[in-house]
Design a binder for this molecule. Structure first.
Ligand SMILES: Cc1cc2nc3c(=O)[nH]c(=O)nc-3n(C[C@H](O)[C@H](O)[C@H](O)COP(=O)(O)OP(=O)(O)OC[C@H]3O[C@@H](n4cnc5c(N)ncnc54)[C@H](O)[C@@H]3O)c2cc1C
Length: 447
């Protein structure tokens, strides 16, 4: 053991390597299909541990990956033979009531974040999965059931602390390192350095909201009506309402938060409520944190899946809607394959497109193709369906959401970052010219 300890001299924090009893658990990602064997996982407790890990990896020739919640769909936060810098133990937060701000460490997951903020009376524009960490979410944009009312998660960010490729600790905000700050808001995941903490402006206090859950179970005709109604309804939708929904082989569903009263929600939802055959309807005022917990309860602890998300800029024609239904009819699973829709618009458009790296701000919504499976043997069938569906959906949409990454995306730089990619490459050159923060779909410095 002593020899081993010597081998990792210079690394601080908790170091886990193959052979350690906790290695198998430590190498797991949320997506069970990711089966990587990192050489070293360093659980960092503070920015110095992060800096030591960066310097050590450079000195010893290890490639790096950066991980917080481990939810990246393609496993870009880990890798075989890599040194993984893991920030999940850095999970504190400090609320400042006097100026409505909060400082959050990089590894904090969403459920404890929401719970703590709710104790102080605040809502937060985060995502829906309780175990996603703040880092991946905010650095890629961040959408959820408060997005149309409060903006993307990244729109509330006012400052970040980052350790760069030389182990320096930097502050990024509108005054210090403003270009880096711009890049971190939409393109920061694993590309420029290891972010260790964030400061957010808290926008609203909240007590109750209206939680909405609509289902058209075992109702095949409702699917096309749902998609048509959704796209007609979304452009003029009251911004206090944000919704995630979708269709599957046998029906459709919507989950939504409304920052108002149930009776007003019913009026706003009327077009959807008129789709025949609603099988379950929940439109009730509940404490904000209960709504978070009820939606969060839908997520399994881990899952084997593939998902890709594309930005939708226009309503689909009848023939396109029919093609989407055809895709669904050919899905490998009755319930675990779906075409999902995530509302954008509202407050997302209050920020100018060039103000942050998040490029596809003017989209109406995101359409995701998703499929999950129980056993390894089923995987190829599901992956093939996702690929075929992606090939079609790609032709009727404009760009891809970097937080729903897909390794088959052509020209991924443009699909994730649009016209912003050139500026991002220059920022990359400034902060990581030797490209030590890299993964299969990372931003490269210009050659
Ligand atoms: C079940 C599930 C539900 C989801 N729901 C939503 C949702 O409602 N809304 C939404 O917008 N997204 C959602 N997502 C997508 C999610 O936002 C992304 O997967 C996000 O990147 C995960 O962040 P993480 O820190 O948990 O993952 P990780 O895999 O740890 O990291 C994701 C990316 O960020 C990088 N990264 C991680 N930590 C740091 C750091 N400290 N500094 C720099 N880079 C870092 C990684 O290298 C990687 O590229 C969901 C994902 C899953 C699996």
């Amino acid at each position: 053991m002593e020899g081993d300890n010597m081998k990792y001299n210079g690394l601080t924090g908790k170091v886990v390597t193959p052979g350690d009893p906790e290695y198998d658990l430590a190498r797991q990602e949320y997506n069970e299909t990711i089966d990587a064997y990192p050489a070293i996982i360093v659980y960092c407790m503070n920015p110095c541990d992060v800096a030591n890990a960066i310097l050590w990896s450079r000195e010893h020739g290890f490639r790096l990956r950066v991980r917080s919640g481990g939810h990246n769909y393609e496993g870009y936060s880990t890798g075989t033979d890599k040194l993984v810098i893991d920030t999940s133990c850095m999970n504190g937060m400090k609320v400042n009531n006097a100026n409505d701000t909060v400082e959050i460490q990089a590894g904090l997951r969403l459920l404890p974040l929401y719970e703590r903020l709710y104790q102080f009376g605040y809502t937060f524009p985060g995502g829906t999965c309780p175990t996603v960490a703040i880092s991946g979410l905010v650095l890629g944009g961040g959408i959820g059931l408060s997005t149309r009312y409060l903006g993307l998660t990244t729109d509330s960010l006012i400052e970040a602390e980052m350790v760069d490729a030389w182990g320096n600790q930097l502050t990024a905000n509108h005054c210090c390192n403003p270009e880096l700050f711009w890049a971190l808001r939409g393109a920061g995941g694993g590309n420029f350095g290891v972010v260790t903490s964030y400061k957010f402006q808290l926008l609203k206090k909240v007590n109750h909201i209206t939680l909405i859950r609509l289902r058209w179970d075992n109702n095949i005709p409702a699917r096309i009506q749902f998609l048509r109604t959704w796209q007609d309804w979304l452009p003029c939708l009251d911004r206090r309402l944000s919704a995630f929904g979708g269709i599957y082989k046998l029906g459709a569903w919507v989950n939504a938060f409304f920052y108002g009263q149930p009776q007003d929600a019913r009026q706003i939802l009327a077009p959807l409520l008129h789709i025949p055959g609603i099988t379950l309807e929940y439109i009730e005022s509940v404490p904000f944190i209960d709504a978070i917990n009820m939606i969060g309860a839908d997520y399994p602890r881990r899952d084997a899946f593939q998902q890709v998300g594309r930005f939708v800029y226009r309503p689909f024609r009848q023939d396109e809607l029919e093609n989407l239904i055809y895709i669904m009819d050919n899905a490998p699973s009755n319930r675990n394959s779906s075409l999902r829709v995530y509302s954008l618009g509202g407050a997302v458009r209050d920020t100018e497109t060039n103000a942050t790296a998040f490029y596809y701000r003017q989209a109406n919504d995101i359409m995701a193709i998703t499929s999950s499976w129980e056993s390894k043997e089923e995987a190829p069938l599901h992956e093939e369906w996702v690929k075929t569906s992606f090939n079609y959906v790609y032709t009727i949409t404009r760009g891809s959401y970097v937080n729903f990454p897909y390794n088959q995306t052509p020209n991924y730089e443009y699909n994730y970052y649009g016209e912003h990619i050139r500026r991002l490459m220059h920022i990359k050159k400034e902060y990581d010219p030797h490209n030590i923060f890299s993964f299969p779909q990372s931003i490269k410095p210009p050659s």
